[in-house]
Design a protein around this ligand. Structure first.
Ligand code: ZN
Length: 219
């Protein structure tokens, strides 16, 4: 890891995405943190234009800072969608300074927004791992789980209702055998009319039972 003078308010440390830059002292909102520097590349020069890496910081159509040099501590600063710092670009001076846009506490990771182009090219394909995006994903996962549970409960209620309907239908269609047998046992010489009555009473018992079952399922 690069040596950083102890008077600087930051250090390089492990972050969720590899290495990152962390505050070691309070940094006031608006304060300059570190310069983003490196060789200037001129897009009009073929050799310069051919250079490709993740640390290129475009200043203008013509000039780009190649921040991949080891001494450029600012290259350790990770992207965040809700950052506590920003890149203050002075194209004419060909200078970039990372500046705090919030009060930063010791231990906080320092982040700035890399901008739309970089985001689309390098971050979006693998998914942004900044705190705000992780939080959003967590919330979305919780919502998806809740939605799944709701749908499952709904499906279960529907299946229960369906089963009850089927049972009621089945009971209405054919007089059940036990009722028939009971009828015979109870009243031998008027078995048929007794069975009919018993079957009907069976349906009405089931029908009364239904609302109770529903309210239990939804509770
Ligand atoms: Zn993000």
């Amino acid at each position: 890891m690069p040596a950083i003078p102890s008077n600087k308010p930051y250090r390089v440390g492990r972050s969720r995405t590899g290495l990152g830059l962390f505050a070691t002292k309070p940094i006031k909102k608006g304060a300059k943190i570190v310069r983003y520097f490196g060789p200037l590349l001129d897009s009009r020069k073929e050799k310069d234009d051919a250079i490709e890496n993740k640390y290129l910081f475009e200043l203008t159509n013509r000039w780009t800072i190649d921040g991949s040099v080891r001494k450029n501590i600012a290259r350790y600063i990770n992207h965040a969608c809700r950052p506590n710092a920003e890149s203050d670009v002075k194209p004419r001076k060909r200078k970039v300074v990372i500046r705090a846009i919030k009060n930063i506490e010791p231990g906080d990771e320092i982040n700035y927004d890399y901008g739309t182009d970089y985001f689309k090219e390098y971050i979006k394909p693998i998914g942004c791992k900044c705190v705000a995006c992780e939080k959003k994903r967590k919330k979305q996962r919780a919502e998806a789980r809740a939605q799944k549970a709701r749908l499952k409960a709904k499906a279960e209620r529907k299946a229960l209702k369906q089963a009850e309907k089927q049972a009621a239908k089945a009971a209405r269609k054919k007089p059940s055998k036990p009722a028939h047998a009971n009828g015979k046992l109870l009243n031998g010489h008027a078995a048929k009319s007794a069975t009919g009555r018993m079957a009907k009473s069976g349906i009405s018992v089931k029908a009364r039972g239904k609302p109770g079952g529903e309210s239990r399922a939804s509770a």
